[in-house]
Write a protein that binds this ligand. Structure first.
Ligand code: S3P
Length: 428
């Protein structure tokens, strides 16, 4: 599609769609609970619809009307053997959390996803789940999809995860809910904690001690009502847009500000962005707020270490932000980017370079020299099927002089189906 370039202002108020991580978990935990879970502001992006589809195939009755979803819980042991292959689409969260749940189910299931999923490492969950007693096979001994799994009786484990990954942590904790005894996951840095918060809201006993999280097996979950906060990872595109497009002022309403997700706000502040957070409130287990950002004069920063898991999904848009900051921004400790929907170090660097950015890839991040004007002469950029690369490029086009075409723009529907409507609303 042809992207809008050289935009003179972005002004107004929007409510970004529901959080992707929380929407997935609400359906999954609702399916395992006793009773009916009602979810509002559910993200109807393709990834979360894949989760609904997989649980329907295991006998769970789920009704979806727009952003409202009702899940008739089957109880902790109530899922049934699926007749058909479970298709996880493009969703890593669906794949990895589902494997954790299936590890304890005494039946056979097959998982398949799209071409991107087929390249993403699944042994980070299949290895510990096999240690717990699940039978899993797949390409390269269970490293890649398609995967076949037969679950059953599980042993609890204490697992030192080599990566800070909420998907790994959640998969093991979900399996641990079924194991006799205490299962513990210890992470190198803290990853997002939506699983811990939501399991507690469903009545489970989850113990957190620094970087270690434990659950005891054979607990039951009780259905709840969940209002999903706006996704800060989706808001991030407009937070950056508001800071770099001239004459802009954007307010994002009802955004989740869980501290394990707010690295983007810390980075914007460190870089000098004019950003304010108002109306902070606690809804069920997650904090939310309204965030306003205005056009800002930006300076470079260094991003690495503990903050990386708190902004891992925002690095593509942070790279664009850094092209508009005075000085050299260095991103380190982010090699996880290579195993996301695309190799995001490679795709960010190649696509931003096409627009004139001074950016280079490193082994575990990027170096970006700013500030550079972006320009294009009938330039074709590509999301490579990665929603966050597609949205980053659409925001980059807003400050680009010339004309830009985005290939594979449809990928954006994975997490933000109304992205272009919101971008248009802010222009008028
Ligand atoms: C997610 C965890 C993160 C994140 C992904 C969603 C989750 O992945 O990048 O978009 O919902 O648990 P990792 O667990 O691989 O870090």
């Amino acid at each position: 599609m042809e992207l809008k370039t050289n935009i003179h202002a972005l002004r107004g108020e929007i409510a970004v769609p529901g959080d992707k991580s929380i929407s997935h978990r609400a359906v999954m935990f609702g399916a395992l609970a006793n009773g009916t879970t009602r979810i509002t502001n559910f993200l109807t992006g393709e990834d979360c619809l894949s989760t609904i589809d997989c649980f329907r195939k295991m006998g769970v009755v789920i009704t979806q009307q727009g952003n409202e979803v009702i899940v008739e819980g089957k109880g902790i042991d109530g899922l049934i053997e699926p007749t058909h292959i479970l298709n996880v689409g493009n969703s890593g969260t669906t794949t990895r959390l589902l494997l954790g749940i299936l590890a304890a189910c005494p039946f056979h299931a097959c998982l398949i996803g799209d071409d991107s999923i087929a390249k993403r490492p699944m042994d980070r969950v299949t290895k510990p789940l096999k240690q717990m007693g699940a039978h899993i096979d797949g390409r390269e001994e269970g490293r890649y999809t398609p995967l076949a799994i037969r679950g059953g009786q599980l042993q609890p484990i204490t697992y030192h995860s080599p990566v800070a990954s909420a998907q790994v942590k959640s998969a093991i904790l979900l399996a641990g809910l079924h194991a006799e005894g205490t299962t513990t996951v210890i992470e190198p840095h803290q990853s997002r904690d939506h699983t811990e918060r939501m399991l507690r809201a469903f009545g489970a006993d989850v113990r957190v001690d620094g970087l270690s999280v434990s659950v005891t097996g054979r607990q039951t979950l009780q259905a709840i009502d969940i209002e999903v906060p706006g996704d800060i990872s989706s808001a991030a595109f407009f937070l950056v847009a508001g800071a770099i497009v001239p004459n802009s002022e954007i307010t994002l309403k009802h955004v989740g500000i869980n501290p394990t997700r707010t690295g983007i706000i810390d980075v914007l502040k460190n870089m000098g962005a004019n950003i304010s957070i108002k109306n902070v409130r606690h809804e069920e287990s997650e904090p939310v707020a309204d965030i306003t950002v205005r056009t800002s004069t930006l300076k470079a920063t260094h991003i690495g270490g503990d903050i990386i898991p708190r902004l891992i999904d925002e690095i593509p848009i942070i790279a664009l932000l850094a092209t508009q900051a005075e000085g050299t921004t260095i991103i380190t400790d982010a090699s996880e980017l290579k195993v996301k929907e695309t190799d995001r170090i490679a795709t960010v660097v190649s696509e931003l370079r096409k627009l004139g950015a001074d950016i280079e890839a490193t082994e575990d991040g990027m170096i970006i020299h700013g500030k550079t004007p972006l320009y294009a002469e009938n330039t074709v950029v590509d999301s490579y099927g990665d929603h966050r690369i597609g949205m980053m490029l659409a925001i980059a086009a807003c400050i680009t002089k010339g004309s830009v075409t985005l290939q594979h723009s449809e990928a954006i529907a994975v997490s933000y189906p109304t992205f272009f409507d919101h971008l248009r609303m802010l222009q008028s």
